[in-house]
Design a protein around this ligand. Structure first.
Ligand SMILES: Cc1ncc(COP(=O)(O)O)c(C=O)c1O
Ligand SMILES: [Zn+2]
Length: 391
């Protein structure tokens, strides 16, 4: 594995302040997430000459542009390099000739969270961390539990009591400490803070390295399309790591000379009962406002009333001429069934939200039927009950 041997820094995308990489550097004093900055001028030649190793069938094929510098700290379970499937019958049904599904259900713990948590845990271990904690609606908790187990360190997860038992039990199986909290992921975060453990906090976008892992989605999509830029990528969005990571990947790929200035339009899809991103986009707000009464939804990962990375999410959308689409709760299960019956995929409810969002974009002529459209199946449907109708 050719790791990044060059100096990296952390930079605040809001106020521009720089930070040295350290265990303590989490987010900026101004309240914004921090992003990893690479010396792309130094990397450009290496990457041009070598491209990416064809025998690395994981996200570590992009190790030169990832933050870990010592392979001893990488506890890989084979995350990433998931198939980009051309949808045939579902695409046709929705009137899309070039619909691709990036199937993240093939990751080690069955969700895209493995990308972010593998990279973040590896990097924090390298910086000296010895235990981890996060609030999670399910998939991130399982992922953190698995990678912590592989590294032999403790994982503490704070999950809403309403999380399906399959998620809670999986964390227990990996040996994590599970605390169940009344409320949404926001209350879980508050409870975690209150309990005051001495762990490293891996909350969404409150440390810089989960986004680094998630950005490999953008690199993979482009590489799998032979470095062609898709027209549209639609992400089921909660805390925003995927949409921010993909946006960052495209900026880096341009700086590395892999692509030119063209960008895919980035769309976020959310459930109507908790849609702070949609509201902020529609009302042209400068930042995302906390959602007042987040309704329950079977798309657990999207029930994020107050994403920490508000401005970054909005910037990813506006700078790519993208958008945000709301979907109603009762569209979710039917869409899961349609995807299963037309494409043979057991997608998660969050991904069903993305497809239902796409359908709306096609119907309103926001998208063209010949556009190359990528939708993320962010997790397997297998852990989600099939009779889970919230309304
Ligand atoms: C299956 C699934 N999809 C999508 C999301 C949203 O993730 P993000 O907005 O951080 O990319 C989550 C988060 O919990 C999830 O579990
Ligand atoms: Zn700042």
């Amino acid at each position: 594995l050719e790791l990044n041997s060059k100096h990296i820094e952390l930079e605040c995308p809001n106020c521009g302040r720089g930070y040295e990489v350290s265990l303590e550097a989490s987010y900026c004093d101004c309240g914004s997430p921090l992003l990893v900055k690479y010396d792309t001028d130094e990397l450009i030649l290496q990457i041009q000459l070598e491209q990416f190793p064809s025998n690395q069938n994981s996200l570590w094929r992009y190790s030169r542009i990832l933050p870990v510098v010592n392979s001893k700290f990488i506890f890989s379970l084979g995350e990433g390099w998931t198939p980009l499937l051309k949808s045939r019958r579902l695409g046709e049904d929705l009137g899309m000739k070039n619909l691709y599904i990036k199937d993240e259900s093939r990751n080690p713990t069955l969700s895209f969270k493995d990308r972010g948590l593998c990279v973040a845990i590896s990097k924090h271990l390298e910086l000296g961390a010895s235990s981890f904690a996060l609030p999670s609606a399910g998939n991130a908790a399982i992922s953190m539990s698995a990678y912590s187990a592989a590294a032999g360190v403790t994982a503490n997860v704070f999950m809403p009591v309403t999380t399906p038992s399959s998620f809670i039990e999986a964390c227990g199986l990996y040996g994590a400490e599970v605390v169940k909290v009344k409320g949404t992921i926001s209350e879980c975060g508050a409870e975690m803070k209150k309990s005051g453990g001495s762990w490293t906090d891996l909350s969404t976008t409150k440390e810089p390295y989960r986004v680094e892992g998630k950005k490999t989605l953008g690199y993979e999509i482009c590489e799998q399309l032979n470095w062609q830029i898709p027209d549209v990528i639609i992400c089921p969005t909660g805390g925003g790591t995927a949409i921010i990571g993909i946006w960052k990947a495209f900026n880096e790929m341009e700086a590395l000379g892999l692509i030119e200035t063209e960008r895919p339009r980035l769309f976020a899809s959310q459930v109507e009962g908790c849609a702070p991103v949609v509201k902020a986009v529609n009302e042209n707000l400068e930042d995302i406002q906390p959602w007042d009464k987040p309704e329950e939804t079977s798309a657990y990962g999207l029930r994020v009333p107050s994403p920490f990375a508000g401005k970054l999410i909005l910037n990813a959308i506006s700078s790519t001429n993208g958008g945000a689409v709301p979907v109603s709760e009762n569209e979710i299960m039917p869409m899961r069934k349609i995807a299963a019956r037309l494409d043979g995929l057991d997608i998660c409810p969050e991904a069903a939200v993305a497809i239902a969002g796409l359908q709306k974009l096609v119907e309103s002529d926001e998208l063209d039927s010949s556009d190359t459209v990528i939708m993320l199946n962010t997790a397997s449907g297998i852990r989600y009950p099939l009779n889970d109708t919230k309304r």
